[in-house]
Design a protein around this ligand. Structure first.
Ligand SMILES: *Cc1c(COP(=O)(O)O)cnc(C)c1O
Length: 394
């Protein structure tokens, strides 16, 4: 017996659901890449990126996934052998650091706990042991999709400022831009990057960087520069230089449509929607967790992301729950990865997700917990509904 036939729900932390408007915007024939509508679309995308990142810095578009933006960030601003400090809080900053090692940087990881945000005191302590400013850049994620953490980026800036440390602050927003508040300029972030396929509701394949004045200054002396990612070349006069070759035409129209959707809703309203989705999920998990088998992975309530919720199973088979949701109900929920592999669930509630999709997913999960014999408190969905109702009141 299956209840699966009907609209499938994809509730993983990326790639995320692509709105029909975005898919339709891609459905167009090949076009001239030297003049015509594409020139304007490039400009609209670049201007929109500045509003998304909340910056007057310079935006760049790459035909790559997030890993490409990681490389672009490092090669444009650093030199061979430079020391970078990776702030671990899950998996993704660490993987960025592993790539940095291959690129020729001297990578130090400040160990973190998978259940906690980046420890600001530990960072202050580490910086205090760097009087000669050997550390040239700090690599951190705002949201880590493996642990579900939301890091305190303004707090990290304050620690750098208090230490008088000039390291570039580079932030990965792949799982958070267009989901949770981010203010590149107001928060003093030197370089921010993201991908198209999560909060930005566009198919995978584009990545974006915003470079602030200190990153652009560092670029002038960086010796890791490579042609494809190079900002200097991309700043040249010809349109094709912005892409270092043929532009990703259909993807640009897709991204433009996604920007329009975000700006029609309003970026702050988008943040608020994600807050309500996150709150509702946490309300359900709180009730389910009363039986002791399930809990939120992140222990600090204010460091739980509104774009993805990572649940930890102390008892019961998380993979059986996922399989039931997918095979019987047509709801695809993410599995956990890295140190949590097989021990939990990742519910993606980022991008093109509304209240029905979330409540449907939570109801499906509550059904699955019962069917799979995972001990849980009853009434998680009711708690989520109450939470959304409260959210609508103010
Ligand atoms: C998904 C994700 C990445 C990886 O992005 P790719 O597009 O797969 O390279 C990096 N960082 C974070 C925080 C992510 O969520």
């Amino acid at each position: 017996m299956t209840l699966r036939n009907g609209k499938e729900f994809l509730m993983i932390p990326g790639p995320t659901n692509v709105p029909d408007e975005v898919l339709r915007a891609m459905h167009r024939p090949a076009m001239d890449i030297y003049e015509g509508p594409l020139m304007e679309t490039t400009q609209v995308c670049l201007d929109g990126l500045k509003r998304m990142f909340r910056t007057d810095g310079k935006p760049y578009i790459y035909i790559s996934n997030g890993h490409g933006a990681w490389d672009a960030a490092l090669t444009n601003t650093l030199s061979r052998g430079d020391k970078v400090l990776v702030l671990e809080s899950g998996r993704f900053a660490t993987v960025w650091g592993e790539g940095a090692t291959v690129t020729g940087l001297d990578v130090e990881v400040m160990p973190g706990d998978w259940r906690m945000p980046v420890d600001l005191e530990a960072l202050a302590e580490r910086l205090s042991r760097d009087p000669d400013h050997a550390i040239k850049a700090i690599l951190v994620v705002q949201v880590d999709t493996a642990s579900g953490v939301l890091n305190d980026i303004p707090g990290i800036r304050r620690v750098l400022d208090a230490a008088g440390h000039p390291a570039l602050l580079m932030v990965d927003l792949i799982a958070s831009l267009g989901c949770v508040p981010f203010e590149m300029d107001a928060w003093g972030v030197d370089l921010a990057l993201t991908g198209s396929q999560k909060g930005l509701m566009t198919p995978p394949g584009l990545s974006f960087i915003a470079a602030g004045p200190r990153a652009l200054e560092a670029h002038k002396t960086a010796d890791l520069r490579v042609n494809y990612f190079d900002w200097t070349f991309r700043d040249g006069p010809e349109h094709y230089q912005k892409y270092c070759g043929t532009p990703p035409v259909q993807m640009l129209f897709a991204f433009r449509a996604a920007l329009e959707l975000i700006e029609t809703e309003g970026l702050e309203a988008v943040w608020k929607r994600h807050r309500m989705l996150g709150d509702a999920t946490r309300a359900a998990v709180q009730v389910w967790g009363e039986a002791g088998a399930i809990e939120m992975n992140i222990l600090v309530p204010e460091a739980r992301s509104d774009s993805v919720s990572v649940l930890r199973f102390n008892e019961g088979d998380a993979n059986a729950v996922r399989a039931f949701a997918r095979e019987t109900c047509g709801v695809t929920i993410g599995g956990t990865i890295g140190e949590l592999a097989g021990k939990g669930l990742r519910i993606g509630h980022m991008g093109h997700v509304n209240g029905v999709m979330l409540l449907g997913t939570l109801a499906c999960l509550e059904l699955a917990l019962g069917r799979c014999g995972v001990p849980h408190g009853r009434g998680g969905v009711e708690a989520a509904i109450a939470c959304i109702s409260d959210g609508l009141n103010g």
